[in-house]
Design a protein. Sequence first.
Length: 93
Amino acid sequence: MRAHIESPADIGRVVRRIRESQGWSQRRLAEALGVGQRYVHELEVGRAKRLDAHYLEVLSALGVRLVAEFDDDLVGSPPRTDSDVGQIGPVQT
């Protein structure tokens, strides 16, 4: 399954759908991850206060793999740093 993610609520819907399809309650998932049921609930409704290791553990426990998709023109030379100012040509590494 693929899901287009544009917001925390989108991730929450994916988590809930997979959790329910596996027959897990919010409490069971929370206990398995060592977090409170409220954390899982807030994640599922898109109100998780922060993206942290627990957030990623929830996704991993449900078999969700995050993949970043971006335009090819965003990838090229490494970003310039302050020490590169005034240089001409590609950044030297």
